[in-house]
Design a binder for this molecule. Structure first.
Ligand code: ACM
Length: 528
């Protein structure tokens, strides 16, 4: 499948949303202080696996409320501090973070329970009564996911950066036992077609965190740009980072920048998955190292949107020295276990050449301690069982499963967030069709591909290709509200979710997005 070339125009500040003009450089209107609905069941996204509301009075955060944690764990302390600082901003309450001890009345208590192994890596249990809020998890990641639930249970005003006059900060009485359906709930950001600054990437990470997603896959190289410094190959960024789609200035991350992103994500229990797309989608890399191409004509910088035409010369030994340098340096600064080698849309190699290349890259990736991921085309090669096949066209699952490989599901007609919502929405492409919010929500990964069952799937991922996206506000317009839809597909058991419930819960998040300055599409499918 070829992504067809699109000609699109848009302006940074011209996205008419909710009758207002939102954008990176635009004013975000102050939210109205409409009363919050009393019912809490409907508000959480993703919906928890199990929620029972209690009849009693809510817990109320007061000036005297503290967050109690096991302070011997730096991680737990820092999660407690995140919750406390969220509460401090709009309430102006002091909210101390203190060691768990005697006091438990009127307190928020965050606790790790080593015996609660059934909660897994990210599960948590939350009990709210008028006396206390008690959050328990087996692992710190579970506490972090749990504080997102506490956050969403509080009035939307909790997202305000400024102190508010509001005095009542209730958390409804309830009991939640929750954990994700899939271990992998990812988003991909293409920083190659257009470059996004570290701060912009962090803004995207903030949205992922709110919706309990746990992977950010960064598409760090493509024909139009090489975006990460490789010390042993300085011309990759010196030459290859200088442009982007449409001919703008491009940009790149220093290794320090990359590590800053990794750390920001880590603090939110989000794993960064770096992708260097090869052997195709490589023109920007060849701009600095033309000897790695088979052609004798030096490649120039490229700012168009055609795909499939560039390739590394896979029969040259020096190509593998190059791959080794790149994989070694990126692996060394990536704490997560994955390296994504791309591998998609190669049209200028024979199958034999392509297969040899993928198999050699797999050896290199494993040598540096990482497990390989590739777009589903890699299933033409012999894969290790630890390698993940990233489905986007969704027609190669059988081959992957025969190798014992598991699948990441990013079916374009459901999960490609760069598809236009409708023919008349402004940004995005439409080679895979128009993808409205309901399309992104209403599918079951375990029923999507013939012969693929729940246990063949590590999870779902929502890619955001950036051919038409010049800033993070444009990214947000396409992500919101489809990203929360994919987040719920990945988190909530199939039996616990429905479109009718989702659409009602989702719109209650709009005031949060406004406080957070997040751009969004006002889909006519939703009851705003
Ligand atoms: C892709 O969309 N070429 C993975």
């Amino acid at each position: 499948m070829m992504r067809r070339r699109q000609k699109l125009r848009y302006s940074k500040c011209a996205l008419a949303v909710a009758g207002t003009i939102l954008g990176a450089a635009c004013q975000v209107p102050a939210p109205t202080t409409a009363p919050q609905p009393a019912a809490i069941g409907p508000r959480l996204v993703p919906a928890p696996a199990s929620l029972v509301t209690a009849a009693g009075a809510p817990f109320r955060i007061l000036r005297t409320t503290s967050v109690f944690v096991d302070t011997t764990s730096a991680e737990v302390r820092s999660i407690g501090e995140m919750l406390a600082s969220l509460i401090r901003r709009p309430t102006s309450f002091p909210v101390a973070v203190a060691p768990i001890g005697v006091p438990s009345i009127g307190a928020i208590i965050l606790r790790l329970a080593p015996d609660r192994t059934a909660l897994g890596e990210e599960g948590y249990e939350l009990n709210v009564t008028s006396d206390s809020v008690r959050l328990v998890a087996n692992r710190p990641a579970g506490l972090f996911r749990g504080i997102q639930t506490i956050r969403q249970l509080l009035p939307a005003d909790i997202e305000s950066d400024m102190g508010l006059d509001r005095v009542d900060w209730p958390i409804p009485a309830l009991r939640i036992v929750d954990q994700p359906r899939f271990a992998w709930r990812g988003a991909m950001l293409d920083v190659a077609r257009h470059f996004f600054t570290v701060r912009e990437v962090e803004q995207y990470i903030d949205i992922l965190a709110l919706y309990k997603m746990n992977v950010l896959h960064l598409h760090l190289s493509d024909d139009q740009g090489w975006r990460i410094v490789i010390n042993s190959r300085p011309k990759l960024t010196a030459m290859g980072s200088l442009t982007q789609v449409g001919g703008g200035p491009g940009g790149f991350y220093t290794q320090q920048d990359y590590q800053d992103i990794v750390r920001y994500a880590q603090a939110r229990y989000i794993t960064i998955v770096p992708e260097i797309d090869m052997p195709g989608h490589i023109n920007a890399g060849l701009a600095g190292y033309p000897e790695l191409a088979c052609s004798t004509r030096p490649p120039g910088l490229y700012s168009g949107t055609d795909v499939g035409w560039s390739t590394l010369c896979v029969d040259k030994e020096e190509t593998y020295a190059f791959v080794d340098d790149v994989v070694r340096e990126i692996s060394a600064m990536t704490p997560g276990p994955w390296f994504h080698m791309g591998g998609d849309e190669v049209q200028t190699l024979t199958v034999e050449q392509y297969v040899r290349f993928v198999e050699r890259v797999q050896v290199i990736v494993n040598k540096y301690g990482k497990k390989m991921i590739g777009w589903e085309e890699i299933t033409k090669a012999r894969l290790n069982p630890t390698t993940l096949a990233h489905q986007w066209k969704s027609d190669s699952a059988t081959a992957a499963l025969a190798y014992g490989s598991k699948l990441i599901l990013s079916p374009a007609p459901k999960a490609y967030l760069d598809m236009k919502y409708t023919a008349s929405t402004e940004l995005g492409l439409h080679w895979a069709g128009y993808v409205e919010v309901r399309d992104s929500y209403d599918w079951d990964p375990a029923a999507y591909m013939k012969g693929v069952t729940e246990r063949d799937i590590v999870g779902v991922e929502a890619p955001m290709w950036s051919e038409t996206l010049r800033n993070i506000s444009a990214v947000e317009y396409l992500a919101m509200p489809r990203l929360p839809a994919i987040a719920e597909v990945g988190w909530t058991p199939q039996t616990a979710r429905s479109w009718e419930s989702f659409r009602v819960r989702l719109v209650t998040h709009e005031p949060r997005w406004r406080y957070l300055g997040i751009n969004y599409y006002r889909s006519p499918q939703l009851p705003w």
